[in-house]
Design a protein around this ligand. Structure first.
Ligand SMILES: [Zn+2]
Length: 213
């Protein structure tokens, strides 16, 4: 069973996410694999103010509750990503301000490769998943298809927000922050954008190697 030290560390990560402005109040959720268990923010919990009592401990294999706290309603895709991408140990899902603004735009830029950080740390291309009810099995299966089927590490959920995964918390957090930065550039610049060319992205290959998109 996860130790109180590990739960406290998870809580501190949730607070970092809140301090970075990635999520407010009860929106957003995060998960963290520890061996064959997973810590997940509890359903309805406020991530920026997460308390140890709001952290669900579940068994990775079947999602069984191990400490009586019910996990986020998005735990379906959290658990499936962690099961099927064994090198990934953290999944973050937020309605960060600019990602959500872009997720609700009718027209969107062809890609989000505005600076080198995007293809290097976030991914290229970033799939946009159509709207499905939050917490629904349909949403979960589309996220899993993108993250497992296509090997993407960052996904946009239309009319909803962003999902990223990473090898550890800092890795996923950096990815979420650069995802948000790319969306901020897209929103602030509208149609007047000058993304990196294919040749400029190819030139970054030494930095992208070993990273799946
Ligand atoms: Zn959601």
């Amino acid at each position: 069973m996860a130790t109180i030290h590990q739960i406290n560390e998870f809580v501190e990560c949730a607070h970092r996410v809140g301090r970075a402005g990635l999520t407010i109040c009860s929106s957003g959720n995060l998960s963290w694999r520890i061996g064959d268990e997973v810590l997940i923010s509890g359903t309805g919990s406020w991530v920026p103010d997460l308390k140890p009592d709001n952290v669900a401990v579940v068994r990775l294999a079947d999602g069984a509750l191990l400490n009586g706290v019910r996990p986020s309603m998005e735990s379906g895709f959290h658990l499936e990503v962690l099961r099927r991408r064994p090198e990934m140990n953290v999944v973050l899902h937020f309605q960060s301000p600019y990602a959500t603004a872009l997720a609700c735009r009718k027209s969107r830029p062809a890609d989000l490769n505005f600076t080198a950080e995007v293809p290097i740390h976030v991914g290229s291309p970033i799939p946009f998943i159509p709207y499905f009810r939050p917490g629904s099995p349909e949403l979960a299966s589309h996220v899993v298809e993108a993250v497992v089927g296509q090997g993407c590490n960052s996904v946009m959920l239309c009319k909803h927000g962003q999902v990223v995964c990473g090898e550890d918390f800092n890795h996923a957090f950096e990815r979420a922050m650069f995802f948000e930065m790319a969306c901020r550039i897209a929103v602030l610049n509208g149609n007047d954008v000058d993304p990196l060319t294919a040749a400029e992205i190819d030139d970054l290959a030494p930095y992208i190697q070993g990273k799946k998109h």
